[in-house]
Ligand binder design. Structure first.
Ligand SMILES: Cc1cc2nc3c(=O)[nH]c(=O)nc-3n(C[C@H](O)[C@H](O)[C@H](O)COP(=O)(O)O)c2cc1C
Length: 367
């Protein structure tokens, strides 16, 4: 982190985070970044680690693409030498193919290989991958052991609670995973058919995790630092995974360590944030610097960066007009100048972020 004051602010919060081990996998904190397609590549993962994510997981990566040596797919496997705790997530339907792809992925240097068993997207499930694996209970032991035997690093899975509400079987999948020596299981607390509707069922996930010894990571709807903090205090999972919350508040992994009991102003979870416009501008420059290492084409770089600018600005005053301006800007330097001006103005006016958590946000994804 290039800014000492920001580093100090982060450290004062992150000093409270315990390191945790899930089997052989070590996290700097129990709060980890969820896998997100087209988002969780090395630059964003590294930024999130620097901002306090205890670990991160890559976006889902196609086993077929890896085995066909598709260049774009192989590029997705890249791990930054600075990343301390990262898993690469694969999706596929056939144990032998996943195992072969896992060997290739392992050579890129992640700490573990994760299998996507939660993707609800039709194109993936009709081929038997993603959440369709939840329905293939009889075949899972063979798939898990084939993958595990093929690699030296640990193997993990990410599931949903089941295919639909009438056939929830996360408990059964956990038992199978435990029997096969899977290192941990992350559960998104919705069924495949729920997609992103309704709420994650934390009570059901809790019952499932309490019945097994394998480490379980809970995931779903931890959108604010306070929600993450409270769930951590109240539940007994080995770790907690945050996806969308980190896009609107990239400081969530640090801010969740704030002492929420001592300050009445923190009761409104929408407005709580210790991080202002200048902090945002600093981390945007960091993200840009890391992205420049990975993306040669300036046009692509600009498009990628704009996505994060739109998410990071959510909840700040005049964010809508900033987004419109920035999304329409053609020149890379213009985009950067507008961004600097916007975030430094926020700092000048001591503007606070106010996220309306009831607004729907990113209601489709791959897990
Ligand atoms: C844009 C987007 C992309 C996602 N991509 C993946 C993915 O590649 N693999 C996966 O297992 N889950 C994926 N998910 C699901 C998240 O990992 C997570 O389970 C889900 O968003 C619930 O967590 P949240 O409420 O903290 O966002 C994705 C979700 C979103 C919103």
């Amino acid at each position: 982190m290039t800014s000492l004051p920001l580093q100090n602010k982060l450290s004062s919060l992150l000093n409270r985070a315990p390191k945790v081990s899930l089997g052989e996998i070590h996290f700097q904190s129990p709060f980890v970044l969820a896998p997100m397609a087209a988002i969780g590549s090395a630059p964003f993962r590294l930024l999130m680690e620097r901002l306090g994510a205890g670990a991160t997981v890559s976006e889902l990566i196609s086993c077929h693409g890896i085995l066909y040596k598709n260049k774009m797919t192989l590029d997705m496997l890249r791990v930054d030498p600075e990343e301390k705790s990262v898993g690469i997530q694969l999706f596929g339907d056939d144990g032998d193919e996943i195992a072969a792809a896992a060997q290739v992925a392992e050579s890129y240097g992640p700490k573990w290989i994760d299998l996507n068993m939660g993707c609800p997207v039709k194109k993936v499930v009709t081929k038997g991958g993603g959440a369709a694996l939840l329905q293939n209970v009889a075949g899972l032991e063979k798939i898990f052991t084939t993958i595990k035997r093929a690699i030296k690093i640990p193997f993990t899975i990410k599931i949903r609670t089941g295919w639909d509400l009438d056939s929830r079987n996360a408990d059964e999948i956990l038992r199978i995973a435990q029997g096969c020596g899977v290192e941990f299981v992350a559960i998104h607390g919705r069924t495949r058919n729920q997609q992103y509707t309704g709420l994650a069922d934390w009570d059901y996930m809790d019952k499932c995790q309490a019945a097994v010894n394998i480490p379980v990571i809970g995931n779903g709807d931890l959108h604010s630092p306070r929600a993450l903090h409270t769930t951590y205090k109240e539940r007994n999972f080995s770790a907690y995974m945050v996806g969308r919350g980190a896009l609107r508040n990239p400081f969530i992994f640090a801010e969740a360590w704030r002492d929420f009991s001592d300050d009445a102003s923190l009761r409104d979870e929408n407005i709580y944030s210790q991080f202002g416009g200048r902090d945002y501008w600093i981390i945007i420059q960091e993200l840009k610097q890391i992205m420049e290492k990975y993306i040669d084409n300036q046009r692509v770089l600009q498009i990628q960066l704009k996505k994060f600018l739109a998410w990071f600005s959510t909840g700040f005053p005049h964010a809508v007009s900033f987004r419109t301006k920035v999304l329409n800007s053609q020149d890379y330097q213009d985009t950067l100048k507008m961004t600097e001006d916007y975030f430094l103005q926020l700092e000048l006016h001591e503007s606070k972020k106010r996220i309306e958590f009831s607004d729907s946000f990113m209601t489709s994804g791959h897990g």
